[in-house]
Design a protein. Structure first.
Length: 228
């Protein structure tokens, strides 16, 4: 959005993405029990397309190394894509031992329960516009760790999570370890950030913002910028 505004100036107006806050909200989950994981384990999660541009290879490699110092760490990946075969190969041992879970097909209306099974949501993209998955996770009260690219930088301003240097496995590992070591802080970040997100990105808020934009455009002369 910042780049667009630099090019178009006041002609560019931000309209927040709508989020179903009746679905994506804090609550209970049965997923950990289904997977045989307890509340004492640290669950790192990802939801999205399994593609190189999304950095899922970085996440898999970082998880393998994180487990050396954090044997209670678990990995939950939800999605499908061209990297799925490679992921299953890289994580063959972890999947066999039940330390990692790759769930290819979860209906959108049930995603919230899977998010709530996570302690930390990671989006390690090499490029990112604006991630709905990060918004959904945070709305469920789950703090995030995102690569420092694109729209991810805007999300960090919510203080609902942290960022790491894009493409750096070392920084991804260190950030994971820091957040896990400060689990209470992470939980608080997820709670406060989630409250902001549910207010700003709810369908109601997005609809009101759209009404403001349209009303402003109607009141301006033809050829001038809309200024809500």
């Amino acid at each position: 959005m910042n780049q667009i505004q630099r090019f178009l100036g006041e002609h560019a107006v931000e309209l927040p993405v709508g989020l179903d806050t009746d679905v994506f909200r804090p609550g209970t989950t049965r997923i950990r029990k289904q997977l045989g994981w307890t509340k004492d384990e640290w669950v790192i999660g990802y939801v999205g397309r399994l593609a190189y541009i999304k950095g899922v290879d970085l996440l898999a490699e970082a998880f393998k190394q994180v487990r050396r110092s954090m044997p209670h760490a678990r990995l939950l990946i939800i999605g499908t894509g061209e990297e799925e075969g490679k992921l299953r190969s890289w994580l063959r041992q972890e999947l066999a031992e039940g330390i990692a879970q790759l769930e290819p097909d979860v209906p959108h209306e049930f995603l919230s329960e899977w998010y709530r099974a996570m302690d930390l949501f990671v989006m390690p993209s090499r490029y990112e516009n604006y991630s709905n998955a990060v918004l959904e996770a945070l709305a469920c009260g789950v703090p995030f760790l995102v690569s420092d690219v694109g729209g991810n930088r805007t999300l960090v301003a919510t203080k609902g999570g942290w960022s790491f240097t894009s493409g750096s496995i070392d920084d991804l590992i260190k950030s994971n370890q820091f957040i896990a070591t400060n689990a209470e802080l992470a939980k608080a970040q997820g709670t406060s950030g989630g409250e902001q997100i549910r207010h700003k990105y709810s369908w109601k808020s997005s609809a009101e913002r759209l009404e403001d934009i349209l009303r402003s455009c109607q009141q301006t002369k033809v050829g001038t910028a809309c200024k809500p």
